[in-house]
Design a protein around this ligand. Structure first.
Ligand code: ADP
Ligand code: MG
Length: 290
């Protein structure tokens, strides 16, 4: 098969890992930088050009669309979809998971448990905060990533001033209950084709509450409880993602989904679990293109 990885970074661990897994399975692998593609609709047909050449020989794509340009990345995926190229994640799913509020809406619509969350839009910040009983709150900008754009406001005054500042700057955000009992940990679950394939627990570095490995967190391989596994699978299904990373918080009332990643980083989890996730993604493509 001809398989393209849509990625801005040829040298990135995840891109390389997928590339090698595809080659091992005797596929012709290539990396396409979404930002170097030219899209058009000509005589009613979708056309993708890369370095001037029309790309019309692909069987499948693996979008690795980063945070920087979800609109352009997803519209490229949609172009390939209309060319009947199999994609491990759909254009819609990329857009829907990109924004933390939309993601929360769709998860709760599918009865997936999430922390209590408010859209940070109200006439007055005090009105929003009155729902949190003076407890610490989490404030997240809608399109943050790697722990950037997540704030723990421990006092009423810091929450109030943060909300007012974000409103003044015109930044969209959500307000969320702080799950303190998770103590700076979360679970990263990789789901491929309705199956949990790898799981790790991440612990924030001392002094931080964000467990992202990009923020210096550490990780260990773990086994999920039946309930955690179920919630992760439900979440992947709700967002219609064939491949994704689901982040769970272990709360007093059971697992809560924090967010879903349509391009989960593979380096941390493959190194922590020693599981070849890329191979599982390639096998997923093979099952669908048979
Ligand atoms: N409501 C919350 N309660 C406790 N910790 C949280 C909460 N929301 C986020 N965190 C911590 O902050 C980290 C980053 O938040 P997340 O929503 O996943 O944003 P990002 O997209 O930047 O990773 C999480 O992995 C978790 O450790
Ligand atoms: Mg996260």
């Amino acid at each position: 098969m001809n398989i393209a990885i849509l990625s801005r970074g040829v040298g990135l661990y995840s891109t390389q890992s997928l590339f090698k897994a595809g080659e091992k399975h005797k596929h012709l692998m290539e990396v396409i930088d979404p930002n170097l593609c030219v899209l058009s609709i000509e005589n009613g047909a979708s056309v993708v050009r890369f370095h001037g050449d029309i790309v019309d020989d692909l069987d499948a794509i693996i979008p690795r669309i980063g945070a920087s340009n979800p609109y352009y990345g997803s519209t490229l995926v949609r172009h390939f979809e209309s060319l009947d190229v199999f994609s491990t994640v759909s254009a819609n799913a990329i857009l829907q998971t990109r924004d933390k509020w939309t993601c929360s809406q769709l998860l709760s619509k599918a009865n997936v448990p999430i922390p209590k969350t408010f859209l940070g839009f109200a006439p007055e910040a005090e009105t929003l905060l009155s729902n949190f009983e003076n407890k610490p709150v989490i404030i997240k900008i809608l399109e943050g990533t790697h722990g950037n754009g997540v704030i723990l406001a421990e006092t009423y005054v810091s929450a109030l001033s943060t909300i007012e500042t974000l409103n003044t700057a015109g930044v969209k955000f959500v307000l969320q209950e702080y799950i303190s009992e998770s103590k700076g940990t979360d679970l990263r679950v990789i789901v491929v084709d309705d199956e949990v394939v790898a799981t790790m627990k991440r612990q924030s570095k001392s002094g931080d509450f964000r467990s992202n490995l990009h923020r210096g967190g550490s990780s260990e391989k773990i086994k999920l409880t039946f309930e955690e596994e179920n919630v992760a699978l439900q979440a992947a299904k709700a967002m219609q993602l064939g491949v994704c990373g689901v982040d769970l918080l272990q709360s007093e009332r059971g697992p809560l989904v924090l967010e879903i990643n349509s391009s989960p980083g593979l380096e941390g989890i493959e190194n922590t679990t020693k599981i070849d996730i890329s191979k599982k993604i390639i096998s997923y493509i093979e099952r669908n293109k048979r």
